[in-house]
Design a protein around this ligand. Structure first.
Ligand SMILES: Cc1cc2nc3c(=O)[nH]c(=O)nc-3n(C[C@H](O)[C@H](O)[C@H](O)COP(=O)(O)OP(=O)(O)OC[C@H]3O[C@@H](n4cnc5c(N)ncnc54)[C@H](O)[C@@H]3O)c2cc1C
Length: 380
């Protein structure tokens, strides 16, 4: 089969891959995105916090993304049924927009910039020479030569493996997650509420649009086995012990289909090798309780686009710029991963959780500007 040449090959058409493709396409780069699925990913995160919204605004995408999203400005936290604190998001608040919809908007914008998407294919082989990736061999037999290669292919990144970059994955073993989409109830429409229990359970309830809500339940693995074997009544009995202000959702949990999600943190030893770099979940993963993974990924894509364009096809310069301007992102990611770990370790203990909670990181992330949007509440 023929070999295709491009400026940048991006592996993975999730948020990171699509956003980077858009930024590069707008700057006249010839970009090919390789995606193993038949289309962009169907499910993922729901919350875009202020730092991510600001990145989108810088690239003229804020109106498009917000048009059908839900704005929220407060999350109320409970412990063993008592309200313990509220986290407020000043100004424009944060946005709820299901992942598929968010990525689709960016993907659609890519078409106008001439970005090519090759679906239903993955990388079978990587040819390197003089420390640089020269060619990718794809599972459908096609070959792709690119000046720069970006692995935006998620936590199990094949690009990362091909580059020989070491990773360490730490599953949150004490917390198995289940998620269901249910009809929206009045309490969920009113406020985002996150409940914790001293027994190591959590429940997070929020709307995803004007008709539906998402319910996340986190529980110890041994409870998961028991509860989900015994069916919904057993689940409700447990939730009723600590979910106090959202009882109007209980009835709709009955027929809900509960999807199981395993969550892990991921750290890698380096974010690039020669002319190839990692982006998004291929480079780092933090506990979803931070709600910041997408915001950091959008900022990372912005930096990568700058670096790739500044290198202007020179692989040695690209290597140097990635070392100088992209590798330092690991410090911000490390801080976020540590923060997620601290929340996950503490949430069952009321005072430990309140001590670990960092409103600045939670609301502003690395761009922390003014601490203090969390307010302690008197237990009811
Ligand atoms: C349960 C959970 C909840 C979360 N909630 C939030 C939240 O509310 N807010 C937030 O900001 N962040 C959240 N995050 C983090 C957020 O999901 C990630 O930061 C974001 O999805 C990263 O996007 P990505 O493009 O790197 O990866 P992905 O979305 O995983 O995309 C990777 C893409 O690469 C493709 N791919 C994989 N391997 C190959 C291959 N070999 N060849 C070709 N294609 C391949 C996949 O099919 C996929 O399309 C959450 C994470 C989890 C696990």
């Amino acid at each position: 089969m023929a070999t295709t040449s491009c400026d940048v090959a991006i592996v993975g058409a999730g948020l990171g891959g699509c956003f980077l493709a858009l930024l590069l396409g707008r700057r006249g780069q010839r970009v090919v995105v390789i995606e193993q699925g038949a289309s962009i990913p169907s499910a993922g995160a729901d919350f875009l916090k202020p730092p991510g919204l600001r990145v989108l605004a810088r690239h003229g995408l804020a109106d498009l993304v917000e048009r059908h999203g839900l704005r929220r400005d407060t999350i109320r936290y409970y412990h063993d049924g008592d309200p313990i604190q509220e986290c407020r998001f000043p100004g424009e608040g944060f946005l709820i927009r299901p992942y598929r919809e968010l990525v689709e908007l960016i993907y659609t914008s890519c078409a106008m910039e001439g970005v090519e998407f090759w679906f239903d294919t993955t990388i079978d082989g990587v040819t390197t020479g003089e420390g640089h990736v020269e060619e990718l061999t794809l599972s459908d037999g096609r070959r792709l030569r690119a000046g720069a290669v970006i692995g935006a292919d998620g936590t199990r990144s094949a690009v990362r493996e091909a580059l020989g970059i070491e990773q360490s994955t730490m599953p949150y073993e004490r917390l198995l997650m289940r998620v269901a989409t249910v009809p929206l109830s009045a309490s969920v429409a009113q406020l985002n509420r996150m409940y914790f229990s001293s027994g190591g359970w959590l429940a997070y309830l929020y709307p995803i649009n004007r008709e539906e809500a998402r319910v996340f339940v986190g529980l110890p693995p041994e409870d998961d086995k028991e509860i989900f074997q015994d069916g919904i009544p057993a689940l409700l009995d447990e939730l009723k012990k600590f979910v106090t202000d959202s009882s109007d959702v209980f009835n709709s949990l009955q027929p809900a289909a509960w999807q199981r999600i395993k969550v892990s943190s991921l750290r890698v030893e380096s974010y690039h090798k020669g002319n190839a770099a990692l982006l998004g979940s291929a480079a780092f993963a933090c506990h979803p309780m931070t709600g910041m993974g997408m915001s950091y990924t959008l900022r990372d894509a912005e930096i990568l686009a700058e670096v790739v364009c500044a290198a202007d096809g020179d692989p040695e310069l690209l290597d140097r710029l990635l070392s100088a301007r992209y590798e330092p992102r690991r410090n911000a990611h490390r801080q976020l991963i540590d923060y997620g770990d601290a929340l996950a370790a503490a949430f069952h203990d009321r005072s430990a959780y309140l001590a670990a909670f960092r409103p600045d990181l939670h609301v502003f992330g690395e761009a922390a500007a003014s601490p203090g949007p969390a307010q302690a509440l008197q237990p009811a």
